[in-house]
Ligand binder design. Sequence first.
Ligand code: GLA
Length: 733
Amino acid sequence: MGIRNDLETGLITLHTAHTSYQMWADGLGVVHHLYYGPSIGEADLRCLEFRSDCGFSPQPAGLDMQRDYSLDTLCQEYTGSGVGDYRIGCLRLAAGDGSRIADLRFAGAEILPGKYELPGLPAAFDNGGECETLRLTLRDPVTGLTVILLYGVYEAADVITRAALLENGGTAPIQLEKAASACLDIPFGEWELIHFHGRHCMERQPERAPLLHAVQTIRSARGASSHQHNPFAILAAPHTTEDAGECLGAMLVYSGNFKIECELSQMHSTRLVAGISDDDFCWTLNPGERFAAPEVLFSYSAAGLGLLSRQYHHFLQHNIIRSVWRDRPRPVLINNWEATYMDFDARRIWDIARQAKELGVEMLVLDDGWFGSRVDDRSGLGDWECNEEKLGCTLDQLIGRVREMGLLFGLWIEPEMVSPGTALYAAHPEWVLAAPGRSPATGRSQLVLDMGRPDVVEYLYQVFHRLLASHDISYIKWDMNRNMTDVFSHALPAGRQGEAFHRYMLGLYDLLGRLTRDFPEVLLEGCAGGGGRFDAGMLAYCPQIWCSDDTDPIHRIKIQYGTSFGYPPAAMGSHVSASPNHQTGRSTLLSTRATVAMAGAFGYELDLQKLTDEEKDLVRVQIQQYKALQPLLLEGRYDRLTDALADTCFTAWQFTAPDKSRAVVSLVVIDPQANPWPIHLRLKGLDPAARYRESLTQHIYTGAALCHAGLTLPIMQGDYPALQIMIERMDTE
Ligand code: GLA
């Protein structure tokens, strides 16, 4: 188990509980990738390496007569540049003399206890004895460029993290034009790419397609990981399903511009390269300086996509999310956004709070519109002083009354933005991203602050530190409501503008890191127009992220389904909103909306006063139900029981306690049928020998019967009816 480094052969093998990963530094110092898959014990897989004299694939200097050795066909751990590997590369650079070549050769390997850290970047951590680190050094002899490949081997979790540190050990500056985090070469097999695309209000929709003899790229150039693509991809064997078959995932711990590229090579091997996007990227690495490329989390499953997802859920919950809230039940909240939008004063908020408290809600979240001149989305961002005139009282008075009612208080902020016309913009026009001589494009009428500037970060730190230190605030919703344009930093010289995007992310992480360290008890919810920055980088600071601005439960089923491939349900902010829904106009039952929202960090986002007495009673019951279910959500196993994108009649999912003592199955009819077929559902993950009572009929079944034979459910008709079925293990006599 752990990491094996055989100095005699140059073989290095990483072992997790169920997987092995093997590489080999040959006599020339080229580090070959040999294997990533199910455990292979002590095997030496060099014998599997395929060598052939492949036409037009050159040989490294000195190997003229060894025609079957080419960097163009070998599987490698990290590629250099300009030395004969024509597939997607990890590196692109311009050295001091203008040459664009880096020939990376092995210069040492070290095994270290614990988990490495990455300067300035979020990364997985070790809770104690979970991880071992491999540090592999590669060096280009001419430029002095050193690439340190870092591998974090999490044995029990079946996760291998990777990252790269690039150091200039030479005497002249190096321009890095591409600096990927990791390359994964898979020598054999057929693979399909699953990725998660979308748009605002329909994020993370899985799409699956065979790899082509071409480059397939998932990327964001928007300054955030984005609604459109997610920095997570899966390679799956063609027949892999939820429960069977091979698949492996690559998830970036990064929230900015990224690229995941896949290619099927001329020799039919597969290459995946992941890291910061090289579009609009150029980083000057002066002698002695180091650049850290963000982390990628790799995980492999030989038992289908369901297991792969559970491996990521567990890993993100335990090794990425740092917040003290990660295992704590989250307060059931009421958010005023869809109840009032920006049209409110303190009295209106107190009315909402009073009603919510009466129904069992635990926290009031005051959304956008409480500060500066913010009466609509054209103004106010940046002036983070309470608008007392609008509220009719001070922020403390507003919070005080909410707290007296017995509710916690949460607040919305959007720190990275500024509205033109604010005092902040007037004082510091140079703080926005905008190029000389050009009027920057706006998005939602706002401009983007240059988070790459230490003075901007320091200013925001002071503002929000003061806000949190001087008011009784338990929760923050950290929003980010536009994508970037005009990315030019007034703090950087002309030759370094290619650094602005990444420096923005470093500044953002710095600010998030400082505020979460100062206020560890504040529950932070990430948001970017819903799920426009839903990634492992943000989860390092925010234990939950608002999943989507689309709260229509029938759409949310699909959004939460897609999100669940990589991310734990407990991290998905999910609310019951009004019917008809504000985004789609669709009407659904209150019970259906709650069933869907209970698959995430639960709350309400509507005017509770408008509910009938009967509905209010139902809300009381829902809140108690959710509180009873929350441990399953936080610690339990999550299973997708149907394919939400392909379902024609109903969608179902299941949470199961780690000890398999209980489970809850949720089901929503998405298209009621006339003269219907039976709804038949097989459950997952129960103890086959145990006896369980099912709450619908009170029948008792063995776990094996529930998983193999399943349940036949009653005919459900009407507007999107939903069911929650409790499965309880019977005490053994
Ligand atoms: C974004 C968020 C919403 C809401 C608004 C406020 O769109 O996703 O939930 O907070 O901003 O302006």
